[in-house]
Design a protein around this ligand. Structure first.
Ligand code: ZN
Length: 388
């Protein structure tokens, strides 16, 4: 049975047909069951490859128990990698463990025809997915990833309609790239708001979504680095991992690498804390309040702030509130989720100002206490936290 045939289970009821759709210059788009999904960029040429879209949608398809019909052939090695990822993620989160994909035979197997994917010289460009967060900066400054391009996707963690945050985050990515003499590539997409894509948790699909973006950028970048999430010793089921990301690679077009995942969150903060670009542009917050890079009062902001304080760098960071306000902000945090506790406990023994230490100890104490007196609301707390 060839690559292009449907698997032994045959075509699926409710299969999703994906077809390339007409789009204006600078945009690539597909039609999937009457919905249009697109990506565009003013900074780099995007080129349609069918594998990108199946990559983006195959974990949702597994959850829905459905498959795909394409009118273009796909690469056999990519298909094997994607099928392996579907099998693994279905074992973690439920769903159909088989990637059902009905696509024509690659043309090179037919007589008198050229190859389906004409051979290319793989681009020497190296893209690093970059949001401005700790893991992004860690991959950029402390790793050996040597990016030539920072890739930032508007529409993933920043809503396209949030004009203030979109322009603040885009400006920060451009400034960091400029500071290092490399290129910034900003991509815009409606993928995350597609109702079928969005039906699956973003924590499960974000790695595949980044990989799909890389596929479409293959004319500019031949390697895409996805910054690490969990540290190697604390891996849990997650949408981007060292054992998952590389399997979305598209031979001859794009190699995908998971960034150096050594180091706990606090080690990564320490590695980047004194860099001037971090002081100017670090963005860890997902609250997106009033176009600010960081809200300064959510758990993630405060966790990052106190880590920066422990390395005596918070007072230099211009994207957070003044260090003097930290104890009060810590006192206002009700309590910590169990999943976040190990990262806060990593602060033990590090130097803090007296008022910061008192506020931190009080927060840890009331978090312990609240867990003893309050059920966990049935929420499946991860045994260990995301480092992200
Ligand atoms: Zn925040």
């Amino acid at each position: 049975m060839g690559v292009g045939s449907s698997d032994e289970n045959g075509p699926r009821a409710g299969t999703w047909a994906i077809q390339r759709s007409a789009a204006e210059a600078g945009t690539v788009a597909i039609d999937i069951e009457g919905r249009k999904v697109w990506m565009s960029s003013d900074d780099a040429a995007l080129e349609h490859v069918p594998e990108a879209w199946v990559t983006a949608f195959c974990i949702p398809a597994s959850q829905w128990g459905t498959g795909f019909v394409l009118d273009e052939p796909v690469d056999a090695e990519w298909r094997a990698g994607a099928a392996a990822n579907v099998a693994v993620t279905a074992a973690w989160w439920g769903g159909d463990p088989v990637l059902h994909l009905d696509a024509p035979e690659p043309l090179q197997h037919r007589r008198h025809r050229s190859g389906a994917h004409p051979p290319l010289t793989q681009s020497s460009g190296r893209g690093l997915c970059f949001t401005g967060g700790v893991d992004s900066f860690y991959s950029l400054l402390a790793g050996d990833h040597r990016p030539t391009h920072l890739v930032f996707v508007l529409g993933f963690d920043v809503n396209l309609e949030d004009v203030a945050t979109s322009s603040a985050t885009t400006a920060a990515v451009h400034a960091v790239a400029e500071g290092l003499g490399i290129e910034a590539v900003v991509v815009r997409t409606n993928l995350r708001t597609d109702r079928v894509f969005a039906s699956t948790d973003w924590e499960h699909t974000h790695g595949a979504a980044l990989a799909a973006t890389g596929h479409l950028l293959h004319r500019t970048i031949g390697t895409l680095v996805i910054p690490p999430s969990y540290t190697t010793s604390r891996l849990v089921p997650w949408g981007s991992r060292p054992d998952i990301d590389h399997r979305w690679s598209l031979p001859g077009r794009l190699q995908i690498e998971h960034g150096n995942a050594s180091g706990r969150r606090i080690d990564r903060v320490q590695a980047i804390a004194s860099h001037p670009l971090v002081h100017e542009h670090l963005r860890v917050c997902w609250q997106n309040e009033d176009g600010q890079l960081n809200c300064g009062h959510c758990e993630k902001c405060l966790r990052t702030m106190i880590m920066l304080a422990a390395f005596d760098q918070l007072q230099h960071c211009r994207t957070f509130p003044d260090r003097a306000a930290l104890p009060v902000a810590l006192n206002e945090l009700e309590s910590l989720d169990r999943g976040h506790m190990p990262m806060w406990r990593d602060l033990e023994g590090l130097p803090l100002r007296a008022a910061e230490r008192i506020a931190l100890d009080a927060l840890l104490a009331r978090s312990d206490e609240s867990r003893l007196t309050r059920p966990e609301h049935g929420r499946p707390d991860p045994a260990t936290p995301s480092e992200g």
